[in-house]
Design a protein around this ligand. Sequence first.
Ligand SMILES: Nc1ncnc2c1ncn2[C@@H]1O[C@H](COP(=O)(O)OP(=O)(O)OP(=O)(O)O)[C@@H](O)[C@H]1O
Length: 302
Amino acid sequence: MSVIELKQVSRWYGNVVAVNDVTMTIGPGVTGLLGPNGAGKSTLLHLMAGFLATSGGTATLDGKQIWRNHEIYRTIGLVPEREGVYGFLTGWQFVRSAARLHGLQDDAAERALELVEMTAAKDRRIETYSKGMRQRVKVAGALVHEPQVLLLDEPFNGMDPRQRLHLMDLVRKLGAAGRTILFSSHILEEVERVAQQIEVLVAGRHAASGDYREIRRRMTDRPHLFRVRSSDDRRLAAALIADASSGGVSLTAQGLEVRTEDFRRFTRLLPRLARDLNVHLWQVSPTDEDLESVFSYLSGRS
Ligand SMILES: Nc1ncnc2c1ncn2[C@@H]1O[C@H](COP(=O)(O)OP(=O)(O)OP(=O)(O)O)[C@@H](O)[C@H]1O
């Protein structure tokens, strides 16, 4: 059972702070690393894999420093985001060369290909593989030395739904077998389907941590901004203002803008008011549902 620990870890690239004072602990099972593009997820994974040195703070695995620790490297596997796989190699050649780099024999490569269910296709060239198959072969390459820790950078990106489900199943299975797995993603739905635990990174900072239900609840409970168009915006506005769930109502050329502090109450109230006032609702749409605003709320910047 392996535990990764980051203590006040920072990483700069010149003047750019990619990871800023992050403290987190990643234990056995599957953890999702969630954050918008550029949040520092890849940098964090590379720090954990020993591919990058920290600029400040410490990154350890089971209490031992990761950076420049060859013994530790034997227990970590990284599946990078970029393809970096030669298309002219067969799956077998690719995974076997990963095995050789670790001083291992063919049986290790065979086991890894079996684990990701790529044995049947192993003699085809990688350029003939689907995105999902390429990703699974990369996972096999990272698993060839049977590491306790597996780090995956945006593993589900660009896959069709069937391939995604297949890889999600595999990641779940590996986690259930006691491995410590961390994978990055910018999509909450993706993370919550695979991970029990979620770490959220926003602009290099650790914004939230916990069970996905808790994070989901915090996302739902934040103030929401809705645009409402109806047959009588003025009447509706007056009734909405009278209710405690409204944080503010303004009449604009495009309709009403309603800010609500209590999402659930508002979504029940609006149809009831419309019915009682005999007002027809033409449009009810959230205006701040984009990921950036959700993330910035979680990180306390809004
Ligand atoms: N080698 C580098 N040199 C300079 N800046 C870098 C380098 N690598 C990353 N950065 C910067 O560090 C920040 C974090 O990048 P990182 O790739 O870790 O984020 P990310 O969350 O993985 O994003 P994405 O999902 O887009 O890959 C970004 O502002 C990025 O531009």
